[in-house]
Design a protein around this ligand. Structure first.
Ligand SMILES: [Zn+2]
Length: 389
């Protein structure tokens, strides 16, 4: 079923309120003048919205903080401590993690469970319940739960489909299970897609409209923000950069393709090579910081070149202006980030006057779980929650 295209007056009203809340929560605006400029609404309309939010306990006025109007008492707007909170939960291949956050993405509680040796569908669900039971204990002001998972997932059906290298777990109806247990709105999306939302709204993607986030770990995934919006197709399926081929005659991939990026550049593959060639059993992070080891540098440069090849293909389709590196790539030494940026800019097709920028995720390893929470916040900022008629 295609999404409903029509929007009525009430939708616009909610959407405007959501956007005002977002501008305050993400720190982009802290007074009515800035909100008026950013929203393109009248001063009176902004004053009315802000008054409603003060009344509802969503925002507060503070007497301190930055001001761009010298001579005036600097009254700034901020998110109220009594504003609703959101929960994020992320399912990764080795662990499951949950957070309770405020609307500014400050972590108030965090719980992590490592799976250990084995896992089946029911155990995974039990781990999620244990984490959320702990996080939600005593919390009566939670607006929504955002869940994110290794792919593939379907955000429209709320299911984790059949992730590779994941104990054979498949078709877990996460949204249904969590909604039934916690009686809260639940939103599911791909882990990297959520991380992209988080970096776009709160992190190193602020100020950019076209972002590609690449998450490198035991798999390789991506998240896309295109023209300020999350990329998502009608079936709710995320983009999968890990299966972009970088060699048509290359290694056979389990997906049926050949030469898929993931088969070369996922962390376990690279780490295996590093350990074999150095004869040491060090961590990926340690290898990333090593200097003056030609074998290590050569393997890591190969990895960067392979990732850059796939990223260039995506940049040529989407013309992304910013690449955010997530997952294990947050451990890269800066010289590898610079190498990737150089390769992308040498090889991309369309020139639009400014170079493509490559940065690490601001929230580093927390980008995934905060991404899940950000996805819940996004529903609020899009006016789908909190704002009644
Ligand atoms: Zn593949």
């Amino acid at each position: 079923m295609p999404s409903k295209a029509g929007r009525n007056r009430s939708d616009y009203k909610k959407s405007n309120r959501g956007q005002v809340l977002r501008l305050i929560a993400t720190g982009e605006c802290w007074n009515r003048t800035q909100l008026t400029n950013a929203m393109g609404l009248t001063k009176m309309a902004i004053s009315r919205i802000v008054a409603e939010m003060l009344e509802a306990g969503l925002v507060i006025e503070q007497e301190t903080g930055p001001t761009d109007e010298p001579g005036r008492t600097p009254i700034t707007l901020a998110i109220s401590p009594s504003a609703p909170r959101v929960v994020g939960i992320v399912i990764q291949r080795e662990y499951c993690e949950g957070v309770l956050c405020d609307l500014q993405m400050n972590i108030l509680k965090k719980e992590t469970i490592y799976y250990g040796e084995g896992l089946d569908d029911q155990q995974l669900v039990n781990h999620m319940f244990r984490i959320l039971d702990t996080i939600l204990y005593g919390e009566d002001n939670v607006a929504a739960i955002g869940a994110s998972s290794i792919g593939p997932v379907s955000s429209s059906t709320g299911m984790i489909l059949k992730p590779s290298y994941f104990f054979g777990i498949s078709n877990v109806p996460v949204v249904k299970l969590l909604q039934e247990r916690y009686q809260l709105p639940v939103y599911l999306d791909h882990d990297n897609q959520c991380a992209a939302i988080c970096e776009f709204m709160y992190g190193n993607g602020r100020g950019f409209r076209d972002i590609l986030l690449v998450g490198v770990g035991s798999g390789i995934g991506c998240g896309i923000i295109s023209n300020g919006k999350r990329y998502r197709n009608e079936r709710g399926l995320p983009p999968e950069i890990g299966h972009v081929s970088i060699d048509i005659n290359g290694r056979q991939c389990y997906c049926g393709g050949r030469g898929c990026l993931e088969t070369y550049a996922r962390t376990p593959e690279v780490l295996k090579k590093l350990q074999y060639h150095t004869g040491k059993l060090l961590s990926f992070k340690t290898y990333c910081k090593m200097e003056g080891e030609p074998a290590v540098e050569c393997i890591l440069k190969d990895m960067v070149t392979q990732l850059a090849a796939a990223v260039v293909s995506v940049v040529n389709i989407l013309n992304s202006e910013l690449i955010v590196l997530g997952g294990d790539a947050v451990d890269w030494d800066e010289r590898y980030v610079e190498l990737m940026e150089r390769i992308i800019n040498e090889r991309r097709f369309v020139e639009w006057g400014t170079p493509v920028i490559v940065r690490k995720a601001m929230y580093q390893q927390d980008a995934m779980v905060l991404g899940a929470a950000s996805n819940a916040c996004l529903q609020i900022f899009e006016g789908k929650l909190l704002f009644d008629d």
